[in-house]
Structure formats: structure tokens, C-alpha cells
Design a protein around this ligand. Structure first.
Ligand code: PBG
Length: 367
């Protein structure tokens, strides 16, 4: 055997045929096609060439089972009204909400989350701790409309306080953490009593998951899971929600115009993971990341650090961005919405809250 390598063996047979023995590797390379070098064996496009193959190798799928629909319900009104900053989404009345919950169920959406638009606001948000208050009535109505739907109670006070914050304000002008979690324990009990299948504390108060777990356990609701808004950022993407739920800030003097003392700084990733894992340690059954699209890194990292089911909340501002861009003719709403929902699955979400949940379920079924 010669100790000189057979350089021609590097070339495809049709090129090697007419070539005299190359003297060097460099000379050999002159005779190679550019593509021979760049793509020796692997061609990624092989598995993209037709729909059947693409369907077979698809890593993630969207199903109506993944979706939770957030729903706004206004009391003391007889007309449902469209929310200007969320085209296509309505403040339902206590009467009209049943039909929407039924429609969600018909399309295969498994869960709804109810948000109140209160006409009985006070300093603590006491209406939400009243067994006959709006929170309890919405849960009961949703359950009556569709017993097989998981009714998720958002546990927070901002929709029920006159100043719009997520708990009572203390003498320092800040939300009082420990008073709020005492109240949230009562709110959890009222929600469970009214028939909620899952409670979802969203106030970002320290210790809220553990007091809720304890309160539910001592009142006979050991079976009710807690879906923790585990990493909830102080986000500008909540704007349309605050219009919808009537919990904007800034209309009361000497009260902060932001929620940065309890919701998280959008700059912080490690803190988000710490906070979420703390909720797991406090007994949360499901962890949520919110908002969605701008925080997929948090979702993905959390997926690697916990075995709990994960939820992503595609918030009002995300829906509005896509909706208004589509109305201006810049995007196709259905296509970008489905793409964005798939991104949550890819990043590791087991379930997604979206204002498009019902229509997305329909699109998927009819695809
Ligand atoms: C209540 C709450 C908010 C959202 C869900 N629950 C508002 C906020 O924290 O300011 C926002 C949801 C959305 O924008 O779609 N704390």
C-alpha cells in the first residue's frame, strides 16, 4: 500500500474520472464543486420537502386541550361591550358569560379564567372575599354553564380595589404584603366554595402560595390545585387588560402608578427562576410565566428546572399587537397567532392562556 493518500477518493466519481493524479490537496480542491464541500452528507431540506414528511417530523403540536380562555365579566350591566383596545373581545355580562363558556367548551377549550369588572370597589377589594360577590358569582355561573370546563379563579385584588393595586396600601404607600396574603387566603376559600376547579394567585405577594395551600387544606379543599403566576413581570403589555378590567393605575394620589414593588423587573431572569421555584416549594401545582412572547427564555429555562406543568400567559398587549397589525394589513392574524401559540409549546408550555383560545381551537379543528 502506498503511503500517499488516494486524493481522488475525495471527489465524486464523475469528477475524478477525467482528472490526472492531483499533486496536492489544494490542487484537488480546485476540482471540487463548491457544494461537495459544503454539504458532504447532511441536507436539512430532505425532511422539509413535502407535507407528509413535515407532518411526521413535527416536534410540537397545538391542540384545543392546551388552551385556557380568559374572560371578562362586568356586573350591574345588561349589555356586553367590546373592549376597544382588544378588538373581538368583550366585557360579558353575568347573563351573557354562560354562552361564551359554553362556546369555549364546544370548541374543545378545557379551561376558562374569569376576571371581574367590579362596580363595588373599596380599599381592600372586599367584594372579592364576599361569598355573594362578583368573583363567587362568576365562578358559579361558569360552572353552571359548563360543568366539565375547568374554571380557574384569578386570585388578585386589583379588579376590586378603588386604587387599582393588588392589595391594601400601607402607611408607606406600598401594597401591604402580609395583609394581602391574609386576604388572599379568604379569597381562595370563597373561590373554592363557589366551585372553582383551580385557583391562580396573580398578585406576586411573597408567601401567597403557601397561605392559599394552607387555607384550602384546612377548609376541606385539599383537592383544589394552585396555578401560581410564578414569574409575573411588571409589564407594559398588560395595558389593554387594565382598560378591560378597569384596574388602571394613576388616578389616585399618593399611590404608586406602577406595580414594580411586587411584580418583577423585566431585566431579571435569574430572579424569575428563583421566584418560580419558591412557588413550587410552597406547594404550587402548576407554574405560570407571564407575559408570554417576550419571556420565552424564562419559560424554557423553567422547563429545565422543574417537572411541574407549565403555563404561559399570552397577555392582552400581545393579542392587541397582532390584532392591530392585522387590521392595518401588515400581518395575517390567524397565521401569526397560531405561530405564536406554537412558540409557547416549543419553549416548554403545557398550557397557554390566550384571548384567541376559542378561535384558535376552531382553526385547529378545521385545519
Ligand atoms: C391581575 C392581572 C393582570 C393581568 C392578569 N391578571 C393585570 C396586572 O397585573 O396588571 C394581565 C393580563 C393581560 O394583560 O392579559 N393582577
Amino acid at each position: 500500500m502506498s503511503d500517499k493518500p488516494d486524493l481522488k477518493a475525495f471527489l465524486p466519481a464523475d469528477l475524478a474520472k477525467n482528472l490526472s493524479e492531483p499533486k496536492s490537496h489544494a490542487e484537488l480542491m480546485k476540482h471540487k464543486r463548491l457544494t461537495d464541500n459544503a454539504f458532504p452528507h447532511v441536507r436539512m431540506r430532505r425532511l422539509r420537502q413535502n407535507a407528509a414528511i413535515r407532518d411526521m417530523v413535527r416536534e410540537n403540536n397545538l391542540s384545543p386541550d392546551d388552551f385556557i380562555y380568559p374572560l371578562f365579566i362586568e356586573e350591574n350591566t345588561s349589555e356586553r361591550s367590546e373592549i376597544k383596545s382588544l378588538p373581538g373581545i368583550y366585557r360579558e355580562t353575568e347573563k351573557s358569560m354562560g354562552a361564551v363558556v359554553k362556546e369555549a367548551a364546544r370548541e374543545g377549550v378545557r379551561g376558562v379564567m374569569v376576571f371581574g369588572v367590579s362596580h363595588h370597589k373599596d380599599h381592600t377589594g372586599s367584594d372579592s372575599m364576599d361569598p355573594n360577590g362578583l368573583l363567587a358569582r362568576m365562578i358559579d355561573r361558569a360552572k353552571q354553564a359548563s360543568p366539565e370546563t375547568a374554571v380557574i379563579a384569578d386570585l388578585c385584588f386589583c379588579e376590586y380595589t378603588d386604587h387599582g393595586h393588588c392589595g391594601p396600601i400601607n402607611e408607606r404607600g406600598d401594597v401591604d404584603n402580609d395583609k394581602t396574603i391574609e386576604n388572599i387566603a379568604m379569597q381562595a376559600e370563597v373561590a373554592a366554595e363557589a366551585g372553582a376547579d383551580i385557583v391562580a394567585p396573580s398578585g406576586m405577594m411573597d408567601g401567597q402560595v403557601s397561605v392559599i395551600r394552607h387555607a384550602l387544606d384546612v377548609t376541606g379543599f385539599t383537592h383544589i390545585p394552585v396555578m401560581a403566576y410564578a414569574a409575573k413581570f411588571a409589564s407594559n403589555f398588560y395595558g389593554p387588560f387594565r382598560d378591560a378590567a378597569g384596574c388602571s393605575l394613576g388616578h389616585v394620589e399618593n399611590v404608586p402608578k406602577h406595580r414594580k414593588t411586587y411584580q418583577m423587573d423585566p431585566a431579571n431572569g435569574r430572579e424569575a427562576i428563583r421566584d418560580a421555584l419558591m412557588d413550587e416549594a410552597e406547594g404550587a401545582d402548576i407554574l405560570m410565566v407571564k407575559p408570554g412572547m417576550a419571556y420565552l427564555d424564562i419559560l424554557k429555562e423553567l422547563r429545565q428546572k422543574t417537572d411541574l406543568p407549565l403555563a404561559a400567559y399570552q397577555v392582552s398587549g400581545e393579542y392587541a399587537m397582532m390584532k392591530f397589525a392585522a387590521q392595518a394589513g401588515a400581518l395575517n392574524f390567524q397565521d401569526v397567532m397560531l405561530e405564536s401559540l406554537m412558540a409557547f409549546k416549543r419553549a416548554g408550555a403545557d398550557m397557554v392562556l390566550s384571548y384567541s383560545a376559542i378561535e384558535a381551537a376552531r382553526w385547529i379543528k378545521n385545519a
